[in-house]
Each structure stands twice: as structure tokens, then as C-alpha cells.
Write a protein that binds this ligand. Structure first.
Ligand code: PLP
Length: 376
């Protein structure tokens, strides 16, 4: 049987032909296709300016610079997210203030975030994990605490709230187009911004800090980076964006099949599964919490056994405060128990649009077999 990876991008012949056309045109670096891709994203997000960059990591780094976040500033981040949030805050020279997440949504606990606000807090930097974060609650948080918000929506292109697609609301929103996300440009990211002033600063920062002067010469005011996007990636992005809604529907159907196949399992009880009623979720991942005590086993052993069955699994994510980087600053086990529990027990099962219901059934059967063997 074929190996089933836990994520795989959909790339069809039309996409390959579109990319080949772009290569044949010889205009491969930033150009008209980047502008078209940014325009298409902007339309999706209600007309606000959008800028594409080489990754979400680059986008977040530039967003922190745009906001002027630096030494002496505090940035509130969830302890359970991808390492990049902690890394970019560190690289900006600011202080990461961790907050725990809620077990069900895996999103930042906003009551704890409110309690963590100090006069030095400049930014709330939450990740959309399961269901998207509520835009009304985020807006109220920003107003009440007078902070900016940078939403890490790397997993949430395609997610929706009652106020529209994630990216159409909020302050600054960052996306990733890495191949494991809901759509891909190979590597890539984007920022949804508030106005043309912010977009002009991102234009400068992402390309060497270059400003064009009226006399045709160039100047640099801010020390920029080189995170500009390529037309080849943008052409793939345009094709992918056109399919996003279909793919999210396919993901949602596969997620429902997981729920059906796992219903009634005495080891994977409902609180170990994602919330079943999860409006607006784009189902980038189907992550479960393993009952390690009942299994008297480790996640490593579970993942190895699944690999032997031809099934790939992933871990999203470790607890950021327990990396050596933050342990060296005094963070320890027990500080954010929910994030730590998720970090210990979580495993991501295969989910991507080209999977069939039969693939989901195969994963569930393998998983039940592996768990029964361990629990016996
Ligand atoms: C993938 C991911 C990122 C990073 O995206 P890149 O485009 O690889 O830089 C950031 N945050 C979360 C939550 C992610 O899953």
C-alpha cells in the first residue's frame, strides 16, 4: 500500500503549465504576477492592502518592524504554537510574554492574555489554531488594552468567521503558503495590512529598504531585508487560490469522516479529538491527543508503529517556552500546563484534499490496531 503522508499539496497539470508559462516568459522575479496575486488576496480580504513575502516567518518579522516593536516592549504569545512566534519576538529584541491556551480550541486563552497585559505590552500575537479566533473579541481586546494585534493565520487561509474570511477583519494578519498549509506557493507568506501607509513601509522593508525618489535615484531610510516574492511563486499562488474553497470543503468532509470513524472509541474519547462542531474551521490539521497513560507507551512508539503501517503523522506543536532558548530565560515545566499537555500528547493525522474517505478509514483502523496492541 502507498505511504500516506500527513500533509501533501495538490499540484495539477494546469498549475504546472501555468508555472512553465511564467518561466518561459523570462519574467520570473517580482513583477506583474506578484501584483495580481496580491490583488486577488486583497479582494478575498475585502479590499485591504496585501503584500506577499518569501514566508510567513519573513512576513511576521517585517510586521514587527513595521509596528516598531523592539527592546523594552512586551509581546503576548501563546505557549502552544509554532516556534516562529517566539523566534521573531526574540529577534526583534522584545520580550515574549507567554500565555496558556484553551484545551478545546488550542487558541490563546484571552482571559489570561488580558491578565498578562502591563504598561509595556505593545502587541498581542495569537495563532488561529482550531476554530478561528473571534474578530469581535480581538477588536475589543485591542481597544480595551490599547495594543496592536498581529494574527498568525498560517493555518487559517480558508477559515471563516461570521464577519468573513480570516484576513478580512482585524489589525495585521499574517499567512503562510508553505506546502503543508491549505494552499501553497512552495515557500511564501503574506500580510493583510490596514492602509497604504503600512503597505508602503512593507514595500520598502521587504526590498532592501529602497525608496524611489522623484529624480529617479534611490535612497534607503530603513535598513531593509530581501523578502520580496517571485512571479513564479505568485503564478502558482493564483492557481492555488482559485481552488482554495473546494479544498477546504474536501478537508471538512474528510474531518467529518474522521469523527464518524472514531466515534465511540474508548481510547480516543471526544475530548481527545478536535471540536466536532467547528464552524469556519478550514481543517488544515486533524490533531488528536493520545491517551499515553492508558497506552502505557510513548508518542514516539505510536508514531513509529503508524509509520510501519504506512501512515505519516506529525507533531504540532511543541511548547515554545520549553525550548532551550526560553528555558535559558527561566521558563520551566508547569508554567503553562495546557500547552505542555498538548505538546506531550498531540499527534497530527493525515489530512489533505486528495485523500479519499477510504484513506481516513485506513488511518483509523491502523490507529485502533496500534493502540489496542499497546493498551493490551
Ligand atoms: C507554518 C507556520 C508558520 C510559519 O510559516 P512559514 O511560511 O513556514 O514561515 C507560522 N505559524 C504557524 C502557526 C505555522 O503553522
Amino acid at each position: 500500500m502507498n505511504f500516506l503522508p500527513f500533509a501533501r499539496p495538490t499540484i495539477d497539470e494546469a498549475m504546472i503549465a501555468a508555472v512553465a508559462d511564467t518561466l518561459r516568459s523570462r519574467w520570473i522575479v517580482t513583477g506583474p504576477r506578484v501584483a495580481a496575486f496580491e490583488k486577488a488576496l486583497s479582494e478575498r480580504f475585502g479590499g485591504r492592502p496585501v503584500r506577499a513575502l518569501t514566508s510567513a516567518t519573513a512576513a511576521m518579522q517585517v510586521a514587527l518592524e513595521l509596528l516598531g516593536i523592539g527592546p523594552g516592549d512586551e509581546v503576548i504569545i501563546p505557549a502552544q504554537s509554532f516556534f516562529v512566534t517566539g523566534n521573531v519576538v526574540e529577534r526583534a529584541g522584545a520580550t515574549a510574554v507567554f500565555v496558556d491556551v484553551s484545551l478545546v480550541s488550542r487558541n490563546i486563552d484571552l482571559a489570561q492574555a488580558a491578565a498578562a497585559v502591563t504598561p509595556k505590552t505593545r502587541l498581542l500575537f495569537p495563532t488561529h489554531y482550531n476554530a478561528p479566533l473571534d474578530p469581535d473579541v480581538l477588536d475589543a481586546f485591542a481597544r480595551r488594552h490599547k495594543v496592536r494585534i498581529l494574527e498568525d493565520a498560517a493555518l487559517a487561509i480558508g477559515s471563516r468567521t461570521p464577519r468573513g474570511p480570516v484576513g478580512a477583519t482585524g489589525d495585521i494578519v499574517s499567512f503562510s503558503f508553505h506546502p503543508n498549509k491549505n494552499m501553497t506557493t512552495i515557500e511564501g507568506g503574506a500580510l493583510a495590512l490596514n492602509d497604504e501607509r503600512e503597505a508602503a513601509i512593507v514595500d520598502e522593508l521587504r526590498f532592501h529598504g529602497i525608496k524611489r525618489l522623484p529624480d529617479g535615484t534611490r535612497d534607503v531610510e530603513r535598513a531593509g531585508v530581501k523578502y520580496n516574492f517571485s512571479d513564479v511563486s505568485a503564478r502558482l499562488g493564483l492557481e492555488q487560490l482559485a481552488r482554495l474553497e473546494d479544498w477546504c470543503r474536501a478537508r471538512a468532509r474528510l474531518a467529518q469522516r474522521y469523527f464518524e470513524c472514531l466515534a465511540g472509541d474508548d481510547l480516543l474519547t471526544p475530548e481527545r479529538l478536535p471540536p466536532r462542531d467547528n464552524p469556519g474551521h478550514s481543517w488544515n490539521m486533524f490533531a488528536v491527543l493520545l491517551p499515553l497513560q492508558a497506552l502505557r507507551s510513548t508518542r514516539r512508539a505510536f508514531m513509529d508503529a503508524m509509520h510501519k503501517e504506512g501512515i505519516g503523522t506529525g507533531v504540532s506543536y511543541e511548547a515554545i517556552h520549553l525550548t532551550t532558548l526560553f528555558r535559558n530565560k527561566g521558563f520551566r515545566e508547569g508554567m503553562f500546563p495546557v500547552s505542555e499537555r498538548i505538546a506531550r500528547e498531540t499527534v497530527t493525522l493525515p489530512l489533505f484534499p486528495e485523500m479519499r474517505a477510504a484513506d481516513v478509514e485506513r488511518v483509523c483502523e491502523s490507529m485502533k490496531r496500534v493502540m489496542r496492541r499497546k493498551a493490551a
